[in-house]
Design a protein around this ligand. Structure first.
Ligand code: ASP
Length: 334
């Protein structure tokens, strides 16, 4: 048998004693008090070097310091982040496997018929981390000069324009869907395991355009290695002051910012969840983290949002919002 089941305090301890569970799977009070006693793995659902990976690595060290332990980052790629989420949903609820995920946690249920996990039931939220604007970027020599030109161009060249993303359910996929819906066009999508490699191909000219977080695109935009059309948030981003918003550029429907949060499998002891949340708060208050995020167009969430409760409430709201937006955009789950 496995020791996975929802945490119900005394009942769980009693049941686990009967079942003979021990070690990491049996996180009794002693295990929680001594946590962490081994390396903690932070699972990133996309490629190394991409934006989700970047944010994870920014907070991993200060969180490890706050916990008095070691955090190892592992990239588990595939299916728009759903492979990693499924893996963590099925992991032991012992606090040693933590998922960093983003808005994809709230969009995947509307996009996949058989997801294999339930965001609200199979995970325990730890806290929100940051909310990152997206940018619409293209290879440097892509002909359209503005977002309005881009719409005209892709409509005229729908059969040959390529739109990169990090797989169905990824933020870039969602943003691409919204773009296509707003432009009234269906484009050829090129899925990658993360937008790290997608951006490399964009710089190399192998794909035409994509949406991606400022945590990945800021450097390439500032260096003039990609063409940038707009930022997908209501206000401009301080680190890219010349870039218009999608509303300014004539596409107000394209609004998306990529929130990130940390999760452990459901059934993890409340003491461990609390320790992880406190460590997250400490990392987000770290000046080096604040500075690194600012350079990449984002900021840590307020301390009150780096809590399991605020994160869960946000996830619930986002699941409702995106299932409707995806349905309204005419996208079928498959
Ligand atoms: N930015 C990616 C996305 O589209 C994920 C990543 O590579 O971090 O969701």
């Amino acid at each position: 048998m496995t020791c996975r089941r929802p945490w119900t305090a005394a009942a769980l301890v009693a049941a686990m004693l009967v079942a003979g569970c021990s070690g990491n799977g049996g996180s009794g009070n002693g295990a929680a008090a001594d946590y962490p006693e081994q390396n903690i793995t932070f699972v990133v659902p996309f490629s190394a070097g991409g934006p989700t990976d970047t944010v994870t690595r920014m907070i991993a060290e200060p969180m490890a310091k706050a916990l008095g332990g070691k955090i190892v980052v592992q990239n588990v790629e595939g299916a728009g982040g759903t492979v990693a989420a499924g893996q963590v949903a099925r992991a032991e609820p012992d606090g040693y496997t933590v998922l960093m995920h983003h808005i994809g946690m709230s969009t995947a249920p509307a996009l996949y018929k058989d997801l294999g996990y339930k965001p609200l039931e199979d995970f325990q939220t730890i806290g929100l981390v940051t909310e990152v604007p997206m940018t619409v970027v293209a290879r440097k020599d892509f002909p359209p000069a503005t977002l309005a030109d881009l719409v005209t161009y892709v409509k005229a060249n729908a059969g040959k324009v390529t739109l990169a993303n990090a797989g169905r359910g990824a933020a870039s996929h969602l943003c691409g869907l919204l773009f296509q819906s707003a432009a009234g066009v269906k484009l050829q999508e090129v899925p990658y395991q993360g937008t790290g490699p997608a951006l490399t191909d964009l710089v190399g000219g192998q794909v035409d355009f994509m949406c991606d977080q400022t945590t990945n695109t800021t450097g390439q935009i500032s260096a003039g290695k990609v063409k940038a059309y707009a930022v997908t948030t209501p206000s401009r981003v301080k680190s890219l002051p010349d870039l218009p918003t999608t509303t300014e550029a004539g596409m107000p429907q394209l609004q998306v910012s990529v929130w990130h949060g940390l999760y452990v499998p459901a059934g993890t002891s409340p003491e461990i969840v609390q320790k992880l949340s406190e460590a997250l708060k400490a990392a987000l208050a770290d000046q080096a983290v604040i500075d690194q995020m600012a350079k990449l167009g984002t900021a840590p969430v307020a301390a009150a949002d780096a809590t399991p409760e605020a994160h869960k409430a946000h996830l619930e709201e986002q699941l409702t919002t995106w299932s409707k937006v995806i349905a309204d955009a005419g996208v079928q789950a498959s």
